[in-house]
Ligand binder design. Sequence first.
Ligand code: IMP
Length: 180
Amino acid sequence: MEKMQKKILFPRDAIKKRVEELAGRISADYKDRELIVIGILKGAFVFMADLIRAFSIPCRIDFVRVASYGAGTESSGRVVLTKDIETSIKGRDILIVEDIVDTGLTLAYLVNWLKERNPQSLKVCAFLDKRKRRKVAFEADYVGFTIDDGFVVGYGLDFNEQSRFLPEVYIIDQQQVDKK
Ligand code: IMP
């Protein structure tokens, strides 16, 4: 396996602190309610696991999986749902949890898809946000960190399925991204 050149962007303690802050805000916003938290596979599973364990409110969980067809690290705009939720969300409070918002295409698609099932409310929590790369207007309600352009891995995020297991977030050398 090729060794990846990478630099640390967010160490474990910074991630832990920020995740606890987000969980505190979400718990306060949904006080006395029961959230259904929907994670987007695969990338969001690490963040979601830490986030929900820092909640002081009850929640249920479910997952969706989407495929975004495109070359390398660019999404094409064609987002396809490959695994649907298994829970009824009609009349419920929903929080979608995503690893990173990039072009915004995945979340714009998913929010529309889930809104058609008439939840009482629907908000989005993204661990990372690359604001400058949007192709469609999309704002997450809760954001861990806003980052500049650049490809990141670790804490659930991958590059060609590598590095999801790393507990920190790293930025990888752009030349390696361009080579793929
Ligand atoms: P969007 O539809 O362009 O907003 O893409 C969101 C998806 O692209 C995320 O769920 C990730 O799977 C992937 N993605 C975008 N940027 C990165 C990155 O820097 N590292 C790893 N995955 C990324």
